[in-house]
Design a binder for this molecule. Structure first.
Ligand code: DGL
Length: 267
């Protein structure tokens, strides 16, 4: 089992920010990545639909004989982690708990902002996770749907992104947050823009970094670290790979090689 890969899935390219962090923090691990590019975005879909997609993605990765499942997509993590834990007899790591616990540890004034897709924000998953750690923390959340296409367009630092960020973040700034959770796979690419709007006094919590740290902790706890040098990650997508290869390179910071197309919903 120790030698098996870690399975990472997302609705598309965004989860490559999580994959990149796992590769950086755990360079000995084999990785299999699945991007459900035929059905992206998840952020605008109902919880029932996202749950069904997540279960299908998990079944595919379990079929690849992975030793752990990482739900890199915040929207999927916000609705599907308990169901995935029940379905797969594997450790399942979502992105909500690690981001929430970092935010709860960092905040000094107990006023935390959360940004994410419509689905993630509507689910209230970050608010619940943060307040489970400290009920005195007030959580202010807002959906920032335009950040996803801006990041994919390569416009994360474009003036349009800056204007958009000013608008989205104004209500959170008005609430005097001192910590902001980047609750979406794409938002780490917008860090410079967010920093320009928020200034240095607000801490940014990158869910991708925190999730990779939790993956390392869980593997250490189960004594499942892999010691040998790994192959390159294997990439699977559900639509033709062209766009994933083109856009994903910027998310991963490296070229994406050998991407294969697969079908999940065979019913
Ligand atoms: N991966 C999604 C998330 O982190 C963003 C893109 C989508 O809406 O599918 O919530």
């Amino acid at each position: 089992m120790t030698e098996h890969a870690i399975g990472v899935f997302d609705s598309g390219v965004g989860g490559l920010t999580v994959l990149k962090e796992i590769m950086r923090q755990l360079p000995g691990e084999e990785l299999v990545y699945l991007g459900d590019t035929a059905r992206v975005p998840y952020g605008t879909k109902s919880p029932a639909t996202v749950l069904r997609y997540a279960l299908e993605a998990a079944d595919f990765l379990v079929g690849c004989r992975v030793k752990m499942l990482v739900v890199a997509c915040n929207t999927a993590s916000s609705v599907a982690v308990p169901a995935l834990e029940r379905r797969c007899s594997l450790p399942v790591v979502g992105v909500i708990e690690p981001g929430a616990s970092r935010a709860a540890a960092l905040t000094r004034n107990r006023r935390v902002g959360v940004i994410g897709t419509e689905g993630t924000i509507k689910s209230g998953a970050y608010t619940r996770a943060i307040q489970a750690l400290d009920p005195r923390i007030e959580v202010f959340s807002t959906a920032c749907p335009l950040f996803v296409p801006l990041a994919e367009e390569g416009w994360a630092e474009h003036p349009v992104a800056l204007l958009t960020a000013r608008d989205y973040l104004a209500p959170l700034i008005a609430q005097r947050i001192d910590t902001l959770v980047l609750g979406c796979t794409h938002y780490p690419l917008l860090k410079n823009t967010l920093r320009a709007v928020l200034g240095d006094a607000v801490e940014l919590v990158d869910s991708a970094e925190e999730t990779a740290r939790l993956v390392a902790t869980r593997l250490a706890g189960d004594r499942r670290f892999r010691q040998q040098s790994p192959q390159l990650p294997r990439y699977f997508v559900t639509d033709v790979p062209t766009r994933f290869e083109k856009v994903g390179g910027a998310f991963l910071g490296a070229p994406l090689l050998g991407v294969e197309q697969v079908e999940l919903d065979k019913s």
